[in-house]
Ligand binder design. Structure first.
Ligand SMILES: [Zn+2]
Length: 98
């Protein structure tokens, strides 16, 4: 699955920002082509769609506690001494990334 991101203001040194869905979760697409079409359909400038936007592979899992579907990219994974984990946006429980 694919999510759409770009460096804020198109400046490579800036952190990434992502297209979100109506629940403020990462919006996911089946393919890079569908992600590009989504932006073009919303009137985005083709130069931005093809040159500035990044199409990043995302991963999907279910929260072990509440069952919510969580879509995330690798940079959302937090690291500490016990390993890598992701945090559920609904119940804020931690899941070890396996
Ligand atoms: Zn949860």
């Amino acid at each position: 699955m694919i999510v759409i991101g770009r460096h804020i203001n198109g400046v490579v040194l800036n952190p990434m920002e992502y297209v979100l869905d109506k629940n403020n979760d990462l919006k996911s697409f089946e393919s890079e082509l569908k992600a590009k079409q989504y932006l073009l359909d919303r009137g985005m400038n083709p130069t931005m769609v093809y040159d500035v936007c990044k199409y990043i592979r995302a991963f999907q899992t279910n929260c072990n506690n509440c069952g919510r579907v969580i879509v995330y990219v690798e940079e959302y994974i937090k690291k500490d001494k016990d390993g890598d984990y992701i945090v559920c946006p609904s119940c804020e429980s931690f899941m070890i990334n396996t």
